[in-house]
Write a protein that binds this ligand. Structure first.
Ligand code: NAD
Length: 262
C-alpha cells in the first residue's frame, strides 16, 4: 500500500534514544519518504538518528530541547519551520518514568518529572506546532500514551495518571480541531526493550530482557515485546491519508497486553 507520505515533514520528539520507539518512528516515516525533525534533550542521540534518516535519502535535522521547557521547544520549532517551511506530522513520543514506589512514599518533587515530561511536554510541543497546522487546515498529531493510562499500574500511579491525561487530551483536542483538518490520535505501546525499561526501574538491574519477558509473558498474548518498528508502522499509517476516517482514537500496539489486562 502506498501511504502517500512522500515529501511530508514530520517532527518526532524523543527520537534520540538508540533503542527507543522514537527512532523506530523516525526511520519508519523516512522509509515512507518523510523528511524528519528530531527534538530530544539528548542531542548526540538525535544526531545519530538524523544520520540514519539521511542514509535513507531524506533530509533530517536534530534539535536539542527539553520538552518540559516551552522556550526551548518554541525555539526548536521556529528553527525547524525556518528550515522546512511547515510541519505536517507531529509525533509526541518523548517520555520517561520515575522508578516505581508506593504513591504515599513519593514526594511532590518526585511527581513532577512524571507529569511534566509525559503530559506537560505533550501539551507544550502540540501548542508550538499546532498553529501552522490550523492555518494550513492540515496536520496529523500522534501522541504516544500507554496502556497504564487506562488499566493502571501499582507503584506508578503518577506516571499512569500522566499517560491517562495524554489519552484525554488526545480525544478532547481531536474533537476541537478535526473541523480544521487536523487529526489527533494516540498509540499505547506494549512493553519494549528500550532505555525506558531500565531508566524507569521496571527492568531490575540484574535481569536480562529474556528473563523479564519470561515473567511478563503471561501478560503478553503474542509472547514477545513490542519493537520500535511495530510502533513506527502504526505511526506511518496514522500519519497518512489512508487513515483519514480515524480520529480521536487510542490504539494498543502491545501484543494483546490490553486484552490480558482488562
Ligand atoms: N518502553 C516501553 O515499554 C513503553 C511502554 C509504553 C509506553 N512507552 C512510552 O513510549 C515513549 C518512548 O519511550 P521509549 O520506550 O522509546 O524510551 P527511551 O528512553 O528509549 O526514549 C525516550 C526518549 O525521550 C527523550 N526524553 C526524555 N525526557 C525528555 C525531555 N524532557 N525532553 C526531551 N526529550 C526527552 C529521551 O532522551 C529519549 O531519547 C515514551 O513516551 C514512553 O512513556 C514506553
Amino acid at each position: 500500500m502506498d501511504l502517500g507520505l512522500k515529501d511530508r515533514v514530520a517532527l518526532v520528539t524523543g527520537g534520540g534514544s538508540q533503542t527507543g520507539f522514537g527512532k523506530g518512528i523516525a526511520l519508519a516515516l523516512a522509509k515512507e519518504g518523510c523528511d524528519i525533525i528530531i527534538i530530544d534533550k539528548d542531542l548526540e542521540g538525535a544526531k545519530k538518528t538524523a544520520a540514519e534518516v539521511e542514509a535513507l535519502g531524506r533530509k533530517a535535522v536534530a534539535l536539542e530541547a527539553d520538552v518540559t521547557k516551552s522556550a526551548q521547544v518554541n525555539g526548536a520549532v521556529k528553527n525547524a519551520l525556518e528550515r522546512f517551511g511547515r510541519i505536517d506530522i507531529l509525533v509526541n513520543d518523548a517520555g520517561a518514568a520515575t522508578p516505581p514506589k508506593p504513591f504515599v512514599e513519593k514526594t511532590e518533587a518526585e511527581w513532577e518529572p512524571d507529569i511534566n515530561i509525559n503530559l506537560k511536554g505533550v501539551l507544550i510541543c502540540t501548542r508550538a506546532v499546532l498553529p501552522q497546522m490550523l492555518e494550513r487546515k492540515s496536520g496529523k498529531i500522534i501522541n504516544i500514551s500507554s496502556g497504564v493510562g487506562r488499566y493502571g499500574m501499582a507503584n506508578s500511579a503518577v506516571y499512569s495518571a500522566a499517560k491517562g491525561g495524554v489519552v484525554a487530551f488526545t480525544r478532547s483536542l481531536a474533537k476541537e480541531v478535526i473541523g480544521s483538518g487536523v487529526y489527533v490520535n494516540s498509540i499505547s505501546p506494549g512493553l519494549g526493550d528500550t532505555n525506558f525499561l531500565r531508566t524507569s526501574g521496571i527492568l531490575k538491574t540484574a535481569e536480562t530482557p529474556p528473563e523479564f519477558l519470561k515473567h511478563v509473558s503471561a501478560d503478553i498474548p503474542v509472547g514477545r515485546m513490542t519493537t520500535p518498528q511495530d510502533i513506527g508502522n502504526m505511526v506511518a499509517f496514522l500519519a497518512s491519508d489512508v487513515s483519514s476516517d480515524i480520529v480521536g482514537q487510542v490504539f494498543d500496539v502491545d501484543g494483546g497486553k490490553i486484552i490480558a489486562a482488562l
